[in-house]
Design a protein around this ligand. Structure first.
Ligand SMILES: [Zn+2]
Length: 90
């Protein structure tokens, strides 16, 4: 088992980055979408750069819903966006 650098692709700009430079969103079994700060939650994941431009685009378009194949209510989208912005300032 060799060590591989964990790299993932942003769903907005399609740039491949190390996981630490991306935010992970995950859809759990119930279909609820969460911001996964541990990067370990089970379920379908989607990655977005820790970058305001990518976060804005992910939430202004349907990129996140499409990537997760989830129906995300508007209020939930704005909650998730707030959480993502908070995570940026850590
Ligand atoms: Zn990006």
């Amino acid at each position: 088992m060799g060590k591989t650098l964990a790299q993932r692709r942003c769903i907005v700009c399609k740039t491949t980055s190390e996981k630490k430079d991306l935010l992970r969103f995950v859809k759990d079994k119930s279909g609820a979408v969460e911001l996964d700060l541990s990067s370990k939650a089970p379920g379908r994941g989607a990655y977005v750069c820790k970058d305001m431009t990518c976060i804005d685009s992910a939430f202004c378009s349907s990129a996140l819903s499409r990537a997760l194949r989830a129906q995300i209510p508007k209020e939930r989208l704005s909650e998730l966006k707030d959480m993502a912005i908070n995570a940026l300032s850590d």
